[in-house]
Design a protein around this ligand. Structure first.
Ligand code: GTP
Ligand code: SPV
Ligand code: MN
Length: 622
């Protein structure tokens, strides 16, 4: 048990980090100054009635309505520290930063426990777990009943998207986790702003989160798209419980997007500013832990002076055709829940700056002077520290000090590269869409689709090695269409159809590309340096979108000519190496197309014929 291991001169360290997940701590008196804090702050009848109904069902000792104010955050943070849910980090080094450990059985998204509860199973499709809504409601309401006794039910109103945006959506999450409340406060526009946006409408997402005893046996993340409702029980980890993120913004969002003619995608959004000041906006879908945050916050190499990246979002894009025929994107989120390991001043200097204040660190290592550490951080490892489970760790330890899926929760306003357009209700016009996976072989560094349907085929057949962001299977290649396999709230075949159909509603469709930063040589080393150097690839992509650089035709699509990818200043990167990282091997591609068949066969009943034709055309070209 972690409770026994506080040593190492970390004085008075609260060691009951898991207590919040297993006991019913006293509700405690909040050190509030105003007695209105925590009281019902909405006159929305539907919201009040629903909260009341859920409170009667879950039976918390008290109901706390969040207003999203700074004073509230301060008080709730103090309460979380008092309860041992958070540890206050060294405020000299890390002002406003706190530390959290999750239950070791609860460190990532759990796809086996994630359900799409549509009326019929066919609607959810073969790539989703399904249960009939009635049955799931009954099961989860059973778990929720009385589960908040001795606890507080927090009412978390939140807005996904800039206020006033036609794409923005309101949700209310009811949770018994103070960690979720504080995280939602960073990840969304939380509090009164949501009720203002909602007005008297009853159109809001109803999300219920009960930690229960954080038991994997009773862990369910259930979506009811028709009711715009979510119930999550038995977890307290990121994507399972911050219901605005994967549950609303992607699973429910994709379902609504199909009905209403827009896209909810697992995509970063960025602006590329050229030396002349021209801004080009791009969206990119890479699977979980495959480089979105890093790409969205990229610092171009010295050689590409005058080029600059602006971040709109690092994980989710909502995109809709605008009146001018272009595709407009907003970032529905207000913060980043990003992978910590590997973050350093070389790989991601902007993130290093961003997470040096106002950040919650989850499942990293804790040093004796209340600083944080992780594999791949700047500088040498600490001589000793507590690992993510609270056990003593030294550089000789065999286990990792930080969990591979340890995360930071940081407000976007701390990102030095934040684009001011992030708050623009109309969003930004997308010129290009980039798909990419984590592939040690087969996939070249970059190629461009011949046209929209070909681009949809490239996205639909995406493969990627699985990562620590979800429980199980790490390292295995699996199909992850558009990086949406775990996040599409309906039949994947219908989702492809939606992508193909949307072309008709977008007069100026974005150009589509595929990238792979992760190709390796025979020694298992990355062939491409990645991170900031990806700017060279992005520059070619931007120039292609503006039709001002050349390309060569291959069986896969258009690729940069031998001189159109600028490699100046990359000392150890020869043109021969570029050839290897771009190589298309016929035998690898025959295997790849066979592997794609597995997904196509699963979806065959609803697979658009266009994609089968694209497969045939590719085979003919190879
Ligand atoms: P989610 O938040 O899970 O959706 O992930 P993400 O797509 O935002 O991934 P992120 O940018 O956090 O990167 C995940 C891991 O990939 C980190 O360990 C990075 O260090 C590593 N990574 C990111 N970009 C590159 C790259 O260009 N090359 C290499 N080799 N690794 C990279
Ligand atoms: C992902 O897994 O794609 C994430 C992290 O962005 S989580 O929010 O936990 O799903
Ligand atoms: Mn993600």
């Amino acid at each position: 048990m972690p409770g026994a291991q506080c040593q190492l001169g970390v004085k008075n360290l609260p060691c009951n980090l898991l207590m919040d997940t297993v006991t019913a701590p006293p509700t405690g008196q909040l050190t509030m100054t105003k007695d209105t804090i925590g009281k019902c702050n909405s006159s929305n009848k539907a919201a009040v009635a629903w909260v009341d109904e859920m409170a009667k069902h879950c039976k918390p000792d008290r109901v706390y309505w969040c207003d999203g104010s700074k004073a509230e955050r301060k008080a709730l943070t103090a309460e979380a520290v008092e309860k041992g849910v958070l540890i206050k980090l060294n405020q000299k080094k890390l002002p406003g930063c706190y530390y959290h450990r999750s239950n070791p059985n609860d460190v990532a998204r759990v796809e086996q426990a994630t359900f799409i509860c549509t009326e019929g199973q066919e609607e959810a499709g073969p790539t989703n777990n399904w249960m009939a809504p009635k049955e799931m409601y009954q099961k989860l309401r059973g778990y929720a009943a009385g589960s908040m006794r001795g606890r507080t039910m927090y009412v978390v109103p939140y807005l996904m998207g800039p206020p006033g945006s036609p794409l923005a959506k309101v949700g209310i999450e009811l949770t018994d986790s103070i960690y979720v409340v504080l995280s939602m406060g960073t990840m969304t526009r939380m509090g009164e702003v949501a009720f203002e946006e909602l007005g008297s409408s009853d159109d809001f997402n109803r999300g219920l989160h009960c930690m229960l005893d954080v038991n994997p046996e009773r862990r369910f993340i259930a979506h009811f798209p028709k009711d715009n409702a979510i119930i999550s029980v038995g977890s307290n980890y990121g994507g399972n419980v911050l219901l605005g993120k994967k549950c609303l913004a992607l699973r429910i969002g994709s379902y609504l997007g199909r009905q209403e003619g827009w896209f909810a995608e697992h995509m970063l959004v960025l602006g590329v500013e050229s030396p002349s000041g021209e801004k080009t906006y791009m969206a990119a879908a890479f699977p979980s832990a495959c480089g979105k945050t890093n790409f969205a916050m990229m610092m171009p190499p010295a050689h590409l002076k005058g080029w600059k990246i602006w971040t709109i979002g690092d994980d989710i894009a909502w995109m809709r055709p605008g009146p001018d025929g272009r595709l407009y994107a907003i970032n529905p989120e207000a913060g980043y829940f990003g992978v910590v390991p590997g973050t350093n001043s070389k790989s991601n200097p902007a993130a290093v700056e961003m997470i040096s204040r106002d950040t919650i660190f989850t499942n990293v290592a804790l040093t004796p002077d209340l600083d944080v550490w992780w594999e791949g951080k700047d500088g040498p490892p600490p001589k000793e520290c507590l690992d993510w489970k609270g056990n003593r760790w030294t550089p000789d330890s065999e286990e990792k000090a930080a969990h591979p899926n340890s995360r930071f929760t940081a407000p976007m306003t701390n990102n030095p590269l934040l684009a001011p357009e992030v708050n623009d209700p109309t969003g930004v016009p997308i010129r290009g869409i980039i798909f990419g996976g984590r592939r040690s072989n087969t996939m070249p560094l970059v190629y461009q689709a011949f046209n929209w349907v070909h681009g949809v085929y490239i996205g639909a057949t995406m493969g990627s090695e699985m990562t620590a962001a979800a429980v199980g299977g790490a390292g295995q290649v699996r199909r992850d269409p558009m990086a949406m396999l775990p996040f599409c709230g309906y039949h994947m075949g219908d989702y492809f159809r939606h992508w193909i159909n949307m072309h008709k509603t977008i007069k100026h469709p974005p150009r589509i590309f595929h990238v792979n930063w992760f190709r390796k040589n025979g020694q298992g080393e990355f062939l491409w340096p990645g991170f900031g150097e990806n700017m060279r690839v992005l520059k070619w992509i931007v120039d292609r979108c503006h039709a001002r650089t050349d390309a060569e035709e291959t069986a896969l699509g258009w690729v940069p000519g031998p001189t159109s990818l600028d490699l100046t200043g990359m000392n150890d990167f020869s043109p021969e190496r570029l050839e290897r990282v771009q190589a298309i091997y016929e035998d690898e591609w025959r295997r790849e197309i066979l592997m794609q068949d597995e997904l196509f066969m699963k979806l065959h009943a609803r697979l658009p014929k266009e994609l089968i034709f694209q497969r045939e055309l590719l085979l003919a070209r190879l």
